[in-house]
Design a binder for this molecule. Structure first.
Ligand code: DX5
Ligand code: ZN
Length: 216
């Protein structure tokens, strides 16, 4: 089966977002991945709701919002207002993850839980049946253009096993260092959704790069 492709806008040209959004609309991308950072949960700041709301209605693909912030539960209604389909919150940022997952669903979005490279898969056992998706970070979050952490392959394999064992229907998304070179290994391990920033927006032909990732 073809992978679901969610290009990460973090690597786009912020001085000319309309051009990159038009490219996404015309491409085979399935979703658009939006990385929100607060300079606290991760050592970087990206963009926030005023920026997202300035372009969200121009994007013809579902929005896959990845919150790298503390207290993501405070922003459920803001994320909903952007029209997002998926809201990803970090396991490490939620004390009451079960509650947050249910609040995201009640708000009319699909809940996804994200784990950092140092967070083990076994900690997801009690939420795996409640989430639409698990996002496995394949780099330490905060920056685009980092190298893929090879250990992620066995982690995704372990997560796939947990999903099968529990009868969960959760999708597996991977994010960080995903390229045409790393994608086959992680897909073979069980990844369904590939996020790619640099591999798409820094390519000479971004639409061709999306096509290539999709065909992996
Ligand atoms: C990093 C973000 C990623 C980032 C990926 O913290 O979550 O979505 O944009 O960038 P690449 O694909 O360049 O590793
Ligand atoms: Zn991301």
């Amino acid at each position: 089966m073809n992978s679901i492709i969610s290009p990460s806008l973090l690597a786009a040209d912020f001085g000319n977002l309309n051009k990159d959004i038009q490219m996404i609309n015309e491409s085979e991308a399935d979703w658009l991945h939006l990385d929100i950072m607060d300079g606290v949960f991760v050592p970087n700041i990206s963009f926030g709701f005023p920026v997202i709301n300035s372009f969200a209605n121009k994007v013809e693909k579902p929005l896959d919002v990845h919150l790298m912030i503390v207290h993501p539960e405070k922003f459920i209604s803001e994320v909903k207002k952007t029209g997002a389909k998926i809201m990803n919150v970090h396991y490490e940022a939620c004390t009451h993850l079960n509650r947050v997952i249910h609040e995201i669903r009640e708000a009319g979005m699909l809940p996804a839980v994200t784990i950092n490279p140092s967070t083990p898969v076994c900690l997801l056992r009690d939420v795996i049946e409640d989430v639409y998706m698990v996002l496995v970070m394949t780099v330490n979050p905060g920056f685009g253009g980092q190298s893929f952490i090879e250990h992620s392959v066995s982690k995704v394999r372990e997560l796939k096993k947990l999903i099968i064992e529990t009868g969960s229907k959760a999708l597996i998304e991977v994010d960080g260092g995903i390229t045409a070179e790393t994608a086959p290994r992680i897909k073979e391990a069980g990844a369904d959704v590939l996020v790619a920033g640099s591999a798409v927006f820094n390519a000479k032909d971004p639409k061709a790069a999306i096509h290539l990732l999709k065909s992996i």
